[in-house]
Each structure stands twice: as structure tokens, then as C-alpha cells.
Design a protein around this ligand. Structure first.
Ligand code: NAD
Length: 253
């Protein structure tokens, strides 16, 4: 532990799995108090037990990021328990490969709700506490699909592109308010997580994805977590409204 987040309270959504869990581990290593939020209660229990390591330092909140009342209740809990919030990582999300013809309106709405509405709701309800921090940071999870499109990813690409510009708009609003809150988005490429494992297990899909990935391999969640850590920390104090790609070079082509 080198204490890059000492004294800070950080809320991470989608923290029971994949990139969110890796980020929670990384933040705890850097001495943050971590609030793990997810709708997967069993996954949260396991993640919290691992992070606490016998101490009572971190907190798990069962939260569906698409439900506004759940965010309001979560902020109340955080204020009561810690009295502050310094970092919000809006990470929860999911995506399915579907042609537009095969996408139902319900699936479209669900994809936008989990990936985009969630970022709006989290931002709206966490901002008062983050502003009180004086050095607040929001890191929003977009994707390389929020920068460049791919086939069969219409709803997901639309949602992640929305996250990109919502992040910039929020960054400008916070800068104008001089509230000390920085806002940036992260754009990973192909990361091996429980979300992607079924697709990557298909040799044809893996071959196709790796063929257009200059580094020639999938990312591990910890490699994305390191970038989130940097953006969330005071080391990134002059970064706001930025989009950071972590894609093994895919979008450099
Ligand atoms: P994951 O499935 O391993 O983890 C996502 C977590 O989010 C799960 O624990 C899930 O329970 C939670 N979640 C989903 N819907 C939720 C909801 N409504 N409320 C609360 N929690 C919810 O996936 P991952 O690969 O770690 O993805 C994390 C984020 O990274 C997502 O936003 C995803 O779109 C983005 N991303 C992933 C990749 C990749 O290749 N894995 C690439 C680019 C972006």
C-alpha cells in the first residue's frame, strides 16, 4: 500500500465483479475507504469480506443503479456512515451483441438505463457530497465503443457515447461552479471479465477481436483499475473532461 487514496471515501458501482471489483481492490490497497455497490447481493458479500480482511473499514450497499430512490437512500447511508464522499466510479453496465433488427425496444431501454441513466442518477445524487469534499472526482465507465462503433452494438454504443459527452458536460458544469469536482471517462477495449468470458471462450470471436488489437491480447481488469485509480487520485488534479482509452491500441488505428 502506498496511500495514494489515504483519507478518501470512494463509491464504486458494479463492484461485485470484473473491472469494478478490481478497482475496489486497487482502491483498498491505496488506503481508500471503499463503498461497494451492486445489485448482486451475494457477490457483494464475498467482495466485502475479502476487502475488510477482518477490519470494519469498507461498506457494501445493494443498489440497482437504474433506480433513483436507491441512489437517494445510498447517499443517506454514506453521509451517516462516513460523513463524506470523495470519489464516485460509475462502472456498472452491460452489453449484448445484437443487430438492430434483433433488438427489442425493451432491450434498447434496458441497455440505456444500466449504462447511461445510471451515470446521470449517480452524478446527480452524489454531487452534493462530492462538492463538499473540495477535491471530488467522478470516473465514468464508457468503452472504446463510445468512441468508435462496431457491428451489432447499436444500443451499447449509443449508451457509451452518451456517457462520454455527459462526462464532459458534467466536467464543465463543475468547473464553472468551482466546486473542485473533476469528471473524466474511461474507454476500455477488450477486457477479460465475467461479462465477456462467454464470448472470448469462442475461438472464432477471440481470434477476430485479437486480430484488430495491436497489443495482441485481452486486458485484465486490474489494468483498467490502475487507470481509474490515477484519474480518481489527486495525481490527476488538472484532468477534467478527458476521455482516456485503455484499449491495447484498437482506436489508434
Ligand atoms: P461484469 O459483468 O464483470 O461486472 C459488472 C457488474 O455490474 C456486475 O457485478 C453486475 O452485477 C453489476 N450490475 C449490472 N447491472 C447493474 C445494475 N442495474 N445495478 C447495479 N449493478 C449492476 O462486467 P465488466 O466487464 O467488469 O464491466 C464493467 C463496466 O465496464 C461496464 O460498464 C462495461 O460496459 C464496461 N466495459 C467493459 C469492457 C469489457 O471488455 N469487459 C470493455 C469496455 C467497457
Amino acid at each position: 500500500m502506498s496511500g495514494r487514496l489515504s483519507g478518501k471515501v470512494a463509491l464504486i458501482t458494479g463492484a461485485a465483479s470484473g473491472i469494478g471489483l478490481a478497482t475496489a481492490r486497487r482502491f483498498a490497497e491505496e488506503d481508500a475507504m471503499v463503498i461497494l455497490a451492486d445489485r448482486d447481493a451475494a457477490g457483494l458479500t464475498a467482495a466485502l469480506a475479502e476487502l475488510q480482511a477482518g477490519r470494519d473499514r469498507h461498506l457494501a450497499i445493494t443498489l440497482d443503479v437504474t433506480i433513483e430512490a436507491a441512489w437517494i437512500a445510498a447517499m443517506k447511508d454514506i453521509r451517516t456512515r462516513y460523513g463524506r464522499l470523495d470519489i464516485l466510479v460509475n462502472n456498472a453496465g452491460f452489453g449484448r451483441f445484437r443487430s438492430i433488427a434483433d433488438t427489442t425496444l425493451d432491450e434498447w431501454r434496458a441497455t440505456l438505463a444500466v449504462n447511461l441513466d445510471s451515470v446521470f442518477l449517480g452524478t446527480k445524487h452524489a454531487l452534493p457530497l462530492l462538492a463538499e469534499s473540495g477535491r471530488g472526482a467522478i470516473v465514468n465507465m464508457s468503452s472504446m465503443r463510445g468512441l468508435v462503433a462496431g457491428p451489432n452494438s447499436g444500443a451499447y454504443s449509443a449508451a457509451k457515447a452518451g456517457v462520454r459527452l455527459f462526462s464532459k458536460a458534467t466536467a464543465l458544469e463543475c468547473a464553472a461552479a468551482r466546486n473542485g469536482v473533476r469528471v473524466n471517462s474511461v474507454h476500455p477495449g477488450h477486457v477479460e471479465t465475467p461479462l465477456t468470458a462467454p464470448a472470448y471462450a469462442n475461438p472464432d470471436i477471440a481470434k477476430e477481436f485479437l486480430a484488430h488489437t495491436p497489443l495482441g491480447r485481452f486486458a485484465q481488469p486490474r489494468e483498467i483499475a490502475g487507470v481509474i485509480l490515477f484519474l480518481a487520485s489527486d495525481e490527476a488534479s488538472y484532468m477534467t473532461g478527458s476521455e482516456v482509452t485503455v484499449d491495447g491500441g484498437v482506436t489508434a488505428q
